[in-house]
Design a protein. Sequence first.
Length: 285
Amino acid sequence: MPSENNLFAYNHGQIIPLDQASLHISDLAVQRGYGVFDFIKVQQGLPLFMEDYLDRFYQSAGHMGLEVPLSRSELRQVVKKLSEANGLEVAGMKMILTGGYSEDGYTPTDANLLITQLPLVLPSEEKVSRGISIMTHDYVREFPEVKSINYTMGIRLITQLKNRGAEEVLYVKNGVVSEFPRCNFFIVQEDDTVVTPSSNILYGITRKNVLQLAGRRYKTEVRDITLQEVLQAKEAFLTSTTKRILPIVKIDDVVIGSGKPGNATLSLLQDLIELEELNVKKRLS
Protein backbone atom coordinates (compact mmCIF):
# COMPACT_ATOMS: atom_id res chain seq x y z
CA MET A 1 0.00 0.00 0.00
CA PRO A 2 1.41 3.44 -0.87
CA SER A 3 2.26 5.89 1.92
CA GLU A 4 0.16 9.02 2.32
CA ASN A 5 3.04 10.97 0.79
CA ASN A 6 2.53 9.06 -2.46
CA LEU A 7 -1.23 9.48 -2.74
CA PHE A 8 -3.06 11.30 -5.54
CA ALA A 9 -5.97 13.74 -5.64
CA TYR A 10 -8.27 15.21 -8.27
CA ASN A 11 -7.73 18.96 -8.55
CA HIS A 12 -8.54 21.44 -11.34
CA GLY A 13 -9.59 18.70 -13.73
CA GLN A 14 -6.53 16.47 -13.26
CA ILE A 15 -5.33 13.64 -11.06
CA ILE A 16 -2.13 14.93 -9.47
CA PRO A 17 0.03 14.15 -6.40
CA LEU A 18 -1.88 15.00 -3.24
CA ASP A 19 0.86 17.31 -1.96
CA GLN A 20 0.43 19.44 -5.09
CA ALA A 21 -3.35 19.89 -4.77
CA SER A 22 -4.41 23.42 -3.82
CA LEU A 23 -7.05 26.15 -4.00
CA HIS A 24 -6.47 29.89 -4.36
CA ILE A 25 -7.20 31.98 -1.27
CA SER A 26 -10.01 33.74 -3.16
CA ASP A 27 -12.09 30.55 -3.08
CA LEU A 28 -15.32 30.95 -1.10
CA ALA A 29 -14.45 27.82 0.86
CA VAL A 30 -11.58 29.84 2.32
CA GLN A 31 -13.26 33.24 2.40
CA ARG A 32 -16.69 32.25 3.74
CA GLY A 33 -16.69 28.50 4.39
CA TYR A 34 -19.09 28.06 1.47
CA GLY A 35 -19.25 24.68 -0.17
CA VAL A 36 -20.53 21.13 0.06
CA PHE A 37 -18.93 17.71 0.16
CA ASP A 38 -19.63 14.02 0.37
CA PHE A 39 -17.66 11.07 1.63
CA ILE A 40 -17.65 7.58 0.12
CA LYS A 41 -16.17 4.45 1.65
CA VAL A 42 -14.00 2.51 -0.81
CA GLN A 43 -13.42 -1.18 -0.16
CA GLN A 44 -11.17 -3.35 -2.34
CA GLY A 45 -11.00 -0.45 -4.77
CA LEU A 46 -14.79 -0.23 -5.08
CA PRO A 47 -16.89 2.69 -3.81
CA LEU A 48 -19.80 1.34 -1.72
CA PHE A 49 -23.38 2.50 -2.41
CA MET A 50 -21.97 5.10 -4.78
CA GLU A 51 -25.22 6.10 -6.49
CA ASP A 52 -26.76 7.07 -3.15
CA TYR A 53 -23.78 9.25 -2.34
CA LEU A 54 -23.82 10.86 -5.78
CA ASP A 55 -27.54 11.59 -5.39
CA ARG A 56 -26.87 13.42 -2.15
CA PHE A 57 -23.80 15.24 -3.51
CA TYR A 58 -25.68 16.67 -6.48
CA GLN A 59 -28.69 17.50 -4.28
CA SER A 60 -26.49 19.35 -1.78
CA ALA A 61 -24.86 21.28 -4.63
CA GLY A 62 -28.29 22.23 -6.01
CA HIS A 63 -29.50 23.46 -2.61
CA MET A 64 -26.45 25.72 -2.39
CA GLY A 65 -26.72 27.02 -5.95
CA LEU A 66 -23.52 25.29 -7.05
CA GLU A 67 -23.02 23.37 -10.28
CA VAL A 68 -20.89 20.23 -10.26
CA PRO A 69 -18.48 20.64 -13.22
CA LEU A 70 -18.69 16.93 -14.09
CA SER A 71 -21.62 14.76 -15.16
CA ARG A 72 -22.41 11.71 -13.03
CA SER A 73 -20.73 9.38 -15.54
CA GLU A 74 -17.63 11.62 -15.65
CA LEU A 75 -17.51 11.76 -11.86
CA ARG A 76 -17.77 7.97 -11.65
CA GLN A 77 -14.78 7.67 -13.98
CA VAL A 78 -12.71 10.10 -11.93
CA VAL A 79 -13.51 8.18 -8.74
CA LYS A 80 -12.51 4.93 -10.46
CA LYS A 81 -9.24 6.32 -11.82
CA LEU A 82 -8.32 7.98 -8.53
CA SER A 83 -9.01 4.78 -6.61
CA GLU A 84 -6.82 2.82 -9.05
CA ALA A 85 -4.04 5.40 -8.76
CA ASN A 86 -4.02 5.25 -4.95
CA GLY A 87 -4.48 1.49 -4.60
CA LEU A 88 -5.85 1.63 -1.05
CA GLU A 89 -7.63 -1.46 0.29
CA VAL A 90 -10.00 0.42 2.62
CA ALA A 91 -10.27 4.16 2.17
CA GLY A 92 -12.45 7.21 2.40
CA MET A 93 -12.95 9.35 -0.68
CA LYS A 94 -14.01 12.96 -0.08
CA MET A 95 -15.57 15.01 -2.89
CA ILE A 96 -15.49 18.74 -2.09
CA LEU A 97 -17.33 21.34 -4.17
CA THR A 98 -16.52 24.94 -3.30
CA GLY A 99 -18.08 28.30 -4.07
CA GLY A 100 -15.27 29.05 -6.53
CA TYR A 101 -12.84 31.93 -6.97
CA SER A 102 -15.06 34.85 -6.03
CA GLU A 103 -14.09 38.33 -7.22
CA ASP A 104 -15.77 40.06 -4.28
CA GLY A 105 -15.20 37.34 -1.68
CA TYR A 106 -18.94 36.84 -1.31
CA THR A 107 -20.62 35.90 -4.60
CA PRO A 108 -20.34 32.27 -5.77
CA THR A 109 -18.89 31.66 -9.21
CA ASP A 110 -17.72 28.56 -11.11
CA ALA A 111 -17.37 25.85 -8.49
CA ASN A 112 -14.09 24.07 -7.85
CA LEU A 113 -14.15 20.29 -7.43
CA LEU A 114 -11.50 18.64 -5.30
CA ILE A 115 -11.43 14.88 -4.56
CA THR A 116 -9.08 13.32 -2.04
CA GLN A 117 -8.64 9.76 -0.82
CA LEU A 118 -7.05 8.63 2.43
CA PRO A 119 -6.76 5.34 4.32
CA LEU A 120 -9.79 4.66 6.53
CA VAL A 121 -9.50 3.09 9.98
CA LEU A 122 -12.81 1.69 11.23
CA PRO A 123 -13.71 1.52 14.94
CA SER A 124 -11.90 -1.24 16.80
CA GLU A 125 -13.65 -4.31 18.16
CA GLU A 126 -12.75 -3.07 21.64
CA LYS A 127 -14.55 0.22 21.10
CA VAL A 128 -17.61 -1.54 19.72
CA SER A 129 -17.71 -4.00 22.61
CA ARG A 130 -17.28 -1.21 25.17
CA GLY A 131 -19.55 1.41 23.61
CA ILE A 132 -19.06 5.17 23.75
CA SER A 133 -20.20 8.10 25.88
CA ILE A 134 -21.68 11.20 24.30
CA MET A 135 -22.81 14.64 25.44
CA THR A 136 -25.72 16.81 24.34
CA HIS A 137 -25.71 20.42 23.17
CA ASP A 138 -28.50 22.90 22.48
CA TYR A 139 -28.21 23.44 18.74
CA VAL A 140 -29.67 22.59 15.36
CA ARG A 141 -27.71 22.87 12.12
CA GLU A 142 -28.56 25.47 9.49
CA PHE A 143 -29.75 23.70 6.33
CA PRO A 144 -29.35 20.21 7.86
CA GLU A 145 -30.39 18.50 4.61
CA VAL A 146 -27.22 19.87 2.97
CA LYS A 147 -23.85 18.21 3.56
CA SER A 148 -22.08 21.53 3.98
CA ILE A 149 -18.38 22.01 4.70
CA ASN A 150 -19.40 24.24 7.64
CA TYR A 151 -18.69 22.25 10.82
CA THR A 152 -18.07 25.26 13.07
CA MET A 153 -20.17 24.13 16.05
CA GLY A 154 -18.88 20.56 16.11
CA ILE A 155 -15.26 21.71 15.91
CA ARG A 156 -15.80 24.40 18.56
CA LEU A 157 -17.06 21.74 20.98
CA ILE A 158 -14.07 19.38 20.61
CA THR A 159 -12.32 20.70 23.71
CA GLN A 160 -15.51 20.39 25.77
CA LEU A 161 -15.97 16.83 24.50
CA LYS A 162 -12.46 15.90 25.63
CA ASN A 163 -12.92 17.53 29.02
CA ARG A 164 -16.12 15.56 29.61
CA GLY A 165 -14.73 12.26 28.36
CA ALA A 166 -17.30 12.09 25.55
CA GLU A 167 -16.71 11.00 21.99
CA GLU A 168 -19.53 12.76 20.13
CA VAL A 169 -22.03 15.57 20.67
CA LEU A 170 -25.74 15.06 20.04
CA TYR A 171 -27.63 18.17 19.02
CA VAL A 172 -30.88 18.91 20.89
CA LYS A 173 -33.30 21.80 20.35
CA ASN A 174 -36.46 22.44 22.37
CA GLY A 175 -36.14 19.02 23.94
CA VAL A 176 -36.00 17.20 20.57
CA VAL A 177 -32.84 15.41 19.42
CA SER A 178 -31.62 15.55 15.82
CA GLU A 179 -28.10 14.38 14.90
CA PHE A 180 -24.39 14.51 15.56
CA PRO A 181 -22.02 16.75 13.56
CA ARG A 182 -20.96 13.73 11.46
CA CYS A 183 -23.40 10.94 12.33
CA ASN A 184 -27.05 9.98 12.57
CA PHE A 185 -28.74 8.81 15.76
CA PHE A 186 -30.94 5.84 16.66
CA ILE A 187 -32.57 4.45 19.80
CA VAL A 188 -34.03 1.03 20.55
CA GLN A 189 -37.12 1.04 22.76
CA GLU A 190 -38.03 -1.59 25.37
CA ASP A 191 -40.17 -3.46 22.81
CA ASP A 192 -37.18 -3.49 20.38
CA THR A 193 -38.70 -0.83 18.11
CA VAL A 194 -35.82 0.95 16.30
CA VAL A 195 -36.40 4.71 16.05
CA THR A 196 -34.46 7.48 14.31
CA PRO A 197 -35.16 11.25 14.10
CA SER A 198 -37.09 12.53 11.09
CA SER A 199 -36.37 16.28 11.07
CA ASN A 200 -33.40 18.66 11.19
CA ILE A 201 -31.03 15.92 10.03
CA LEU A 202 -28.79 15.00 7.13
CA TYR A 203 -30.22 11.93 5.45
CA GLY A 204 -27.26 9.62 5.88
CA ILE A 205 -26.64 6.73 3.50
CA THR A 206 -25.66 4.44 6.36
CA ARG A 207 -28.83 5.59 8.17
CA LYS A 208 -30.85 4.57 5.12
CA ASN A 209 -29.20 1.14 4.97
CA VAL A 210 -29.61 0.54 8.70
CA LEU A 211 -33.30 1.45 8.55
CA GLN A 212 -33.82 -1.10 5.79
CA LEU A 213 -31.87 -3.76 7.67
CA ALA A 214 -33.69 -3.02 10.92
CA GLY A 215 -37.02 -3.42 9.14
CA ARG A 216 -36.21 -7.09 8.53
CA ARG A 217 -35.85 -7.81 12.25
CA TYR A 218 -37.77 -5.14 14.14
CA LYS A 219 -40.49 -2.56 13.94
CA THR A 220 -39.04 0.79 12.85
CA GLU A 221 -40.20 4.38 13.28
CA VAL A 222 -38.94 7.63 11.73
CA ARG A 223 -40.21 10.54 13.82
CA ASP A 224 -39.22 13.24 16.28
CA ILE A 225 -37.58 11.85 19.43
CA THR A 226 -37.47 13.74 22.71
CA LEU A 227 -34.41 13.75 24.92
CA GLN A 228 -36.55 12.26 27.69
CA GLU A 229 -37.31 9.26 25.44
CA VAL A 230 -33.62 8.88 24.65
CA LEU A 231 -32.60 8.73 28.31
CA GLN A 232 -35.17 5.99 28.92
CA ALA A 233 -34.20 3.95 25.85
CA LYS A 234 -33.10 0.34 26.01
CA GLU A 235 -30.25 0.98 23.56
CA ALA A 236 -28.81 3.84 21.55
CA PHE A 237 -26.33 3.98 18.70
CA LEU A 238 -24.95 6.22 15.97
CA THR A 239 -24.39 5.51 12.29
CA SER A 240 -22.01 6.93 9.70
CA THR A 241 -19.88 5.92 6.74
CA THR A 242 -16.68 5.95 8.78
CA LYS A 243 -18.05 4.45 12.00
CA ARG A 244 -20.68 2.03 10.64
CA ILE A 245 -22.66 1.50 13.89
CA LEU A 246 -21.28 2.49 17.29
CA PRO A 247 -23.17 1.62 20.50
CA ILE A 248 -23.86 4.50 22.90
CA VAL A 249 -23.84 3.49 26.56
CA LYS A 250 -23.90 6.88 28.29
CA ILE A 251 -25.43 10.26 27.46
CA ASP A 252 -24.27 13.17 29.61
CA ASP A 253 -24.40 11.59 33.09
CA VAL A 254 -27.12 9.03 32.31
CA VAL A 255 -26.34 5.38 31.62
CA ILE A 256 -28.38 3.98 28.73
CA GLY A 257 -30.06 0.63 29.31
CA SER A 258 -27.68 -1.86 30.91
CA GLY A 259 -24.66 0.35 30.23
CA LYS A 260 -23.41 -2.15 27.66
CA PRO A 261 -23.91 -2.46 23.88
CA GLY A 262 -27.29 -4.10 23.27
CA ASN A 263 -28.26 -7.11 21.18
CA ALA A 264 -30.21 -5.10 18.61
CA THR A 265 -27.31 -2.71 18.04
CA LEU A 266 -24.76 -5.49 17.64
CA SER A 267 -26.99 -7.58 15.37
CA LEU A 268 -27.58 -4.58 13.10
CA LEU A 269 -23.83 -3.92 12.96
CA GLN A 270 -23.26 -7.47 11.77
CA ASP A 271 -26.04 -7.08 9.20
CA LEU A 272 -24.43 -3.87 7.93
CA ILE A 273 -20.99 -5.50 7.61
CA GLU A 274 -22.55 -8.35 5.64
CA LEU A 275 -24.38 -5.85 3.40
CA GLU A 276 -21.10 -4.07 2.62
CA GLU A 277 -19.36 -7.36 1.84
CA LEU A 278 -22.25 -8.41 -0.40
CA ASN A 279 -22.05 -5.09 -2.24
CA VAL A 280 -18.36 -5.73 -2.97
CA LYS A 281 -18.91 -9.36 -4.02
CA LYS A 282 -21.62 -8.42 -6.50
CA ARG A 283 -19.36 -5.79 -8.06
CA LEU A 284 -16.42 -8.19 -8.32
CA SER A 285 -18.39 -11.09 -9.80
